[in-house]
Design a protein around this ligand. Structure first.
Ligand SMILES: [Zn+2]
Length: 104
């Protein structure tokens, strides 16, 4: 099996981004769950702050560990990190430098 001899791609999975913050979620978790379930039932992504559906995501954050965010200027690859859509209103809850726009 020659494929097994290929060198595996090195990742910096052990390093973490600088400037990690908690994603600012609404304090009413029941409401969050209702919003998220509603979004799920429509097969739409939900906002990590309020759980509401995001039908046409325009604003995004770099999320990591499921509940944290790191600065949008950080283009490195990390384990447990992915780009997540955020609601138009909720993006204002983030400090400057965490939300970025993707125009389609
Ligand atoms: Zn939201």
């Amino acid at each position: 099996m020659p494929n097994l001899l290929k060198p595996t791609k090195m990742t910096n999975a052990t390093t973490e981004p600088q400037g990690i913050i908690d994603i600012p979620t609404i304090s009413n978790y029941d409401m969050f769950e209702r919003n998220r379930d509603n979004a799920d039932s429509k097969k739409l992504d939900h906002c990590p702050c309020c759980g509401k559906a995001i039908p046409n995501a325009k604003f995004y954050i770099n999320s990591i560990f499921g509940g944290n965010a790191y600065p949008s200027s950080d283009k490195n690859e990390y384990a447990n990190a992915w780009v997540m859509g955020v609601g138009t209103e909720c993006r204002k809850k983030f400090p400057e430098g965490y939300v970025f726009e993707i125009k389609k």
